[in-house]
Design a binder for this molecule. Structure first.
Ligand SMILES: Cc1cc2nc3c(=O)[nH]c(=O)nc-3n(C[C@H](O)[C@H](O)[C@H](O)COP(=O)(O)OP(=O)(O)OC[C@H]3O[C@@H](n4cnc5c(N)ncnc54)[C@H](O)[C@@H]3O)c2cc1C
Length: 371
């Protein structure tokens, strides 16, 4: 967005290799499409259409169908589209930001390898563990909310025919006490939108106690405790087996087949984060660095796009004067972030904690009896 209004931009990414293409599905929202249109990225082939929603009964039959058109995409398609549009000589990998020095007319970013860069504006788009946020708001940290999302991807050709027919080009849900699972079709790993080359993408919300259970779930197969997620292929075998058995016990049959067909499930803890402030002189926080709404809002990527669109607009409106533009940009972005976080809390708590905090069907006789 900044390049589209005439700025020279450099991106510094800590990872020293191309970012992993194993990310999963994303609901494509209007803000992302608008951002792509404004900067000249084609929006012709950005996702897969789901024409309707299905809610299943426990035996797998359809309880409710609802016409609802949505566009679904994948993290790797969005990331690939942006990368191809951005000059590679301005994208610097292996640059871990460690500190920031504001110096009046400009701001300096300092990296772990000892290099630095000075600019008019520094944007902290550095995600949930943001170094930029920690530098300016050391007390603002995310909070685990009491459940995780198990996730998985299955190639279209690798799922049982009946389940595939039910799931193809539909948003399908199965809700049961204190949990729900959903699926939609997303582009293939190579960004293909061709039927037969795409993937079924599922997300399943499961409650785990933070003190007594979460540490085990977030310890990977190499016995390393991760902050909030474990990528595909790295779940501890016992955790993966437990998840698969639990799926066979409680999910509707089409979802049992989907989980069983998944080769490398992954998991992410669900977090809440909100900051009281998004600007610090010539520094701005955007995206997940500032607010993490729960995934039920399907809004994280859209919020990042909305932050960027509004920032570019504010800079143009204030004649590219950063010191005037940032305070003008901040209030609406804080309000939007707060609104999404609150809406995600409401949706998630209703789904996961209507019957206390237990997991249905597992060490929870009381929950089973009440339902
Ligand atoms: C590999 C990956 C896969 C993802 N897959 C999905 C998905 O499948 N579905 C979904 O809904 N969301 C996914 N997300 C999250 C989604 O991208 C974000 O919610 C949303 O796009 C907002 O992005 P963001 O730029 O604010 O944060 P992020 O996407 O988290 O990006 C932050 C970036 O900053 C880099 N970074 C962090 N600290 C430093 C530092 N100190 N110095 C330099 N660089 C730093 C990180 O390496 C990362 O590339 C994924 C994120 C990543 C990084």
């Amino acid at each position: 967005m900044l390049r589209s209004i005439g700025w020279s931009v450099h991106i510094y990414e800590r990872s020293d290799h191309d970012l992993d293409s194993r990310g999963g599905g994303i609901v494509l929202q209007p803000d992302v499409i608008e951002a792509f249109q404004r900067v000249g990225i084609s929006d012709q082939a950005l996702g897969v259409v789901a024409h309707e929603r299905y809610y299943l009964n426990s035996d797998g039959s359809i309880a409710q169908r609802m016409p609802m058109r949505q566009m679904l995409t994948s993290w790797n398609l969005l990331y690939g589209s942006m990368c191809r549009h951005f000059p590679s000589d301005h994208y610097h990998c292996g640059k871990y930001l460690t500190d920031i020095q504001p110096n009046g007319e400009q701001v300096t970013a300092i990296f772990a390898d000892g290099t630095r860069d000075t600019a008019d504006l520094l944007i902290g788009a550095d995600g949930p563990n943001s170094t930029v946020r920690q530098r300016f708001l050391p007390d603002a940290h995310y909070r685990y909310v009491g459940y995780v999302a198990y996730r998985g991807l299955v190639n279209e050709t690798e799922l049982d025919e009946d389940a595939a027919a039910l799931f193809t080009e539909r948003f399908v849900f199965y809700q049961f006490p204190n949990s729900h699972i959903l699926q939609y079709v997303i582009p293939g790993e190579n960004e293909s939108l061709v039927p037969g080359e795409r993937r079924f993408n599922w997300v399943w919300y499961v409650n785990y106690d933070e003190a007594t259970e979460l540490p085990r779930i977030l310890t990977d197969k190499e016995n390393k405790r991760r902050d909030y997620s474990i990528p595909p292929g790295m779940l501890a075998p016992a955790v993966e087996q437990e998840m698969r058995s639990y799926a066979d016990t409680v999910l509707a049959p089409p979802f049992q087949k989907l989980v069983a067909a998944t080769q490398e499930p992954f998991v992410q803890g669900i977090l809440d984060l909100g900051v009281p402030q998004m600007t610090f002189g010539r520094v701005a926080l955007v995206g997940d660095a500032a607010f993490i709404p729960r995934p039920h809002t399907a809004a994280s990527t859209a919020k990042a796009a909305a932050n960027a669109i509004a920032l570019a607009d504010a800079l143009v409106k204030h004649n590219h004067n950063v010191i005037k533009a940032l305070p003008a940009w901040e209030p609406s972005q804080l309000a939007y972030g707060r609104q999404l976080v609150a809406s995600g809390q409401q949706l998630g708590d209703r789904s996961q904690f209507s019957y206390g905090t237990s997991r249905f069907g597992e060490n929870s006789d009381t929950l089973q009896q009440r339902v």
